[in-house]
Design a protein around this ligand. Structure first.
Ligand SMILES: Nc1ncnc2c1ncn2[C@@H]1O[C@H](COP(=O)(O)OP(=O)(O)OP(=O)(O)O)[C@@H](O)[C@H]1O
Length: 208
């Protein structure tokens, strides 16, 4: 077993010959909610990509669940990632996208109807995602990520497109996820979301 679900040591990443992360250290315990904060271009998304096994380290180590994260099926069974907008299935409605998640994962965290209510999508359930507003599509992406079971939630700017009221609801939903034992690491520019998490910066720890 591991005390830290995530353990980052001396992580350096160079992109295009430029150092983006330099000797970063981070330990995240199971059940924690961590907000990665910092200005545009400071390396928040790069860190999340490293945690997701999508970006190799130039030097240093990244361990998730006690191993180097691998972009493979076993890893993605435990990890839900929300980053750029997903590719939507043509011809399927918002409800049907959530039903797909429910069909794939036997032990969904909530029913499709509960997800539609929780993410305020009931009235748009029968619309295809591309006919939803930007914020509604983001809520559908979040609903998919939170409907499926996972141990670790990696969120890149989950607040994107969300109105103020739903940002507060999202903070409550993340608290519930962590109360169930899940761990959250999110890159965010939202002060409210960050205030309710342990804040770290790609260049070093910041005061909470
Ligand atoms: N493929 C790439 N090649 C070269 N440089 C890159 C590449 N991807 C990102 N970068 C650079 O790496 C730095 C960190 O980018 P990153 O997306 O991690 O920042 P961020 O903190 O998430 O920014 P934002 O708040 O704007 O989302 C930026 O200066 C960016 O321009």
């Amino acid at each position: 077993m591991y005390d830290s679900i995530i353990s980052v040591a001396g992580l350096t990443v160079e992109l295009g010959g430029n150092p983006v992360l330099q000797g970063m250290e981070l330990a995240v315990a199971p059940g924690e909610i961590v907000a990665v904060v910092g200005p545009n271009g400071s390396g928040k998304s790069t860190l999340l990509r490293c945690l997701a096994g999508l970006q190799p380290a130039t030097s240093g180590t990244v361990q998730v669940f006690g191993e180097t994260p691998a972009d493979d099926a076993a890893f993605w069974r435990r990890v839900a990632l929300l980053s750029d907008e997903p590719a939507w299935y043509p011809g399927l409605t918002a409800r049907e996208h959530l039903e797909l998640m429910g069909a794939v994962y036997a032990e969904a965290r909530m029913t499709v109807d509960t997800a539609l209510e929780t993410f305020d999508l009931v009235e748009r359930a029968d619309a295809p995602p591309l006919n939803l507003s930007t914020g509604q599509r983001q809520r559908l992406s979040l609903a998919s990520a939170l409907l499926r079971p996972s141990t670790l939630l990696l969120l890149d700017e989950p607040e994107r497109g969300l109105d103020t009221g739903f940002r507060a609801s999202l903070a409550d939903l993340l608290d519930e996820y962590a109360d169930e034992g899940g761990t959250v690491v999110m890159a965010t520019h939202d002060l409210g979301l960050a205030a309710r998490a342990r804040q770290v910066s790609p260049s070093g720890a910041v005061a909470a």
